[in-house]
Design a protein around this ligand. Structure first.
Ligand code: PMV
Length: 323
């Protein structure tokens, strides 16, 4: 009988601390209710075939061929899958179909959620259970190709779900978000950008002006700790103020964009508690937090500026086998 497995992994928004997290500072991240799905079908072709519905792309790799696979957009996913096959010393052929609700290259962690979902499906096919650490490790193979200096935050949250304080090389700390936590809005600039290029831009700036940039990076880390205390105190005005301040610090290290600045200004002027870019910046998405009663007004103001805007929920789901 042909076996078929459907898996999923969530998108994320970084509430604060992106970029600084690459240099060992803490960041605060939440999984959200948008998912990437992987449908894996076991085959007898001797190949790994990967098809992305959203990208309209596919690739095929013959297992045990000595040829280097072609390095297209799906190659990072293949690397994660080969990592799992090598781990079990198995040659399982399969067709992998990816579909996703997560906008691509927008800072919502699509490039982590997809390899996490795919690695989980293959791991489950071979081992009949999910080992989250092993899945995260395999997905990081993809992340390393996509951008050379990943902090690991995206794969961690796509694997575990929930809300976490994350610091590189340390055990993530789960944060219980109070029930009255404000609404999180995601606003898409529609400007595509590359995480790798933006991480590299910060690295170069930091190398040129270490005495200027290092304190900013450290301030972002410190701000994340303050933001976590603000959540514990349920002081959402303070949290909002810190998020907007985080945006300004990110702007100082060169990763904002005029559209992101416009979103932050519009959101805050129309009643949001705070707003900032999320993820690598340079385009992609921004987030705003606001009380329920102000949501409509903030969304209307952003829509009037031509932005796509939607409200998301914190999601406790990490990587899941759906059936
Ligand atoms: O834009 P995204 O979803 O790829 O997030 C990148 C977050 C960074 O902190 C900029 C990089 C990283 O590896 O943590």
């Amino acid at each position: 009988m042909t076996r078929e497995i459907l898996s999923s992994a969530p998108a994320k928004v970084i509430l604060c601390g992106e970029h600084a997290v690459v240099y060992g500072e803490p960041a605060l991240v939440t999984a959200i209710n948008l998912k990437a799905y992987c449908r894996l079908t076991e085959t007898k072709t001797g190949k790994i075939e990967i098809v992305s519905k959203n990208l309209g792309k596919s690739m095929s790799y013959t297992l045990d061929s000595r040829e280097e696979p072609s390095k297209n957009e799906l190659y990072p996913i293949l690397r994660s899958l080969l990592h799992i096959l090598d781990k079990f010393d198995k040659r399982v052929s399969a067709r992998i179909e990816i579909s996703s609700e997560i906008p691509v290259s927008a800072g919502l962690g699509s490039s982590a959620a997809v390899p996490v979902a795919c690695s989980a499906a293959l791991y489950y096919l071979i081992n009949g259970k999910l080992d989250r650490e092993a899945i995260m490790e395999a997905a990081r193979e993809a992340e390393k190709i996509i951008h050379g200096r990943p902090s690991g935050i995206d794969t961690m949250i796509a694997t575990f779900g929930g809300v976490y304080a994350y610091r590189k090389f340390e055990e993530p700390i789960k944060i219980d978000v109070p029930k009255d936590f404000p609404k999180i809005l995601v606003i898409d600039t529609g400007v595509k950008r590359s995480t790798g290029a933006l991480v590299e831009r910060v690295r170069k700036l930091k190398e040129r002006y270490p005495k200027v940039i290092d304190p900013v990076i450290h301030a972002i880390g410190r701000l994340t700790i303050e933001a976590i205390y603000a959540i514990f105190d349920r002081d959402y005005e303070r949290l909002g103020e810190l998020l907007t301040l985080n945006h300004r610090l990110l702007s100082a290290i060169g990763v904002s964009h005029e559209q992101l600045d416009l979103i932050v200004k519009t959101a805050v002027e129309n009643g949001a508690l705070g707003a900032k870019l999320t993820g690598a910046g340079g385009g992609g998405c921004a987030i705003a937090i606001c009380y329920e009663e102000h949501v409509e007004h903030v969304i209307n103001a952003l829509k009037a500026q031509g932005f796509k805007c939607f409200s998301v929920n914190v999601s406790e789901d990490g990587v899941t086998i759906e059936e």
